[in-house]
Design a protein. Structure first.
Length: 226
């Protein structure tokens, strides 16, 4: 199952859950209105009976929706915490030659790099629909990967070893117009960079403590980041 198909299935599942919640409230409201109208004394005026039925409808909707939520709440948590499993492509057949084996391993290394880049991107993007989409990462045999952002702009990933020997993800913004690579520590820096380029301003990703932060925030007012 690809990331796009997985996202579509998740959206459909969430829609069904919310639809069930709405339906339970409607059923509870309709049932409450009917029961309330039937229980209202016949001696009451029609307006009073309808008002009583309306109050009963509200109570019924809240009660039934509350009961339904006992079942739907765990499903919501499950959809948030446990994305649908991914069906992996079948492994290639065993290689007959060394060259064929090298080709297979090279492809696997590229896929592995793209997967690592997507997983490590949570360091700078806590969303789940952009940088964590492994299908948009292009992996390379050296373990690095790149993410195409816009014409002439890529996000580059590599993993350096820290002092304990563990991988330390590094993300860098690269451009095709000779600008110096810029270390990225948050997705907001990418937004500033793209918005600046769109406005014809110096394409410098800013951070909260950057001297250019206030300048770019003023200049980019009203500019929609691509």
């Amino acid at each position: 199952m690809t990331a796009t198909l997985r996202q579509t299935a998740t959206t459909v599942a969430n829609t069904m859950i919310e639809g069930a919640s709405t339906a339970s409230a409607l059923i509870g409201g309709a049932g409450g209105a009917y029961i309330g109208y039937q229980l209202a004394p016949a001696s009451w005026s029609e307006g009073a009976r309808l008002a009583f039925a309306g109050a009963a409808a509200v109570v019924g909707a809240i009660a039934v929706d509350g009961l339904a939520e006992l079942l739907l709440a765990p499903l919501r948590r499950l959809m948030r915490r446990s994305p649908l499993s991914v069906t992996r492509a079948p492994a290639p057949a065993p290689a007959d030659t060394l060259d064929e084996a090298l080709t297979q391993v090279a492809a696997a290394t590229e896929d592995d790099a793209a997967n690592h880049a997507a997983g490590a991107s949570i360091r700078i993007d806590h969303g789940d629909n952009f940088l964590r989409n492994e299908d948009r990462w292009r992996g390379y045999e050296n373990g690095e990967a790149s993410f195409y952002l816009a014409p002439g702009v890529w996000l580059h990933y590599r993993s350096d070893k820290d002092k304990h020997g563990y991988g330390d993800p590094r993300f860098t913004l690269l451009t095709g117009d000779g600008e110096q690579p810029v270390v990225i520590t948050g997705v907001e820096q990418i937004r500033h960079h793209l918005a600046a380029r769109a406005a014809g301003l110096p394409a410098v990703p800013v951070t909260a403590d950057s001297d250019m932060a206030d300048v770019l925030d003023d200049d980019l007012t009203g500019v929609h980041a691509v």
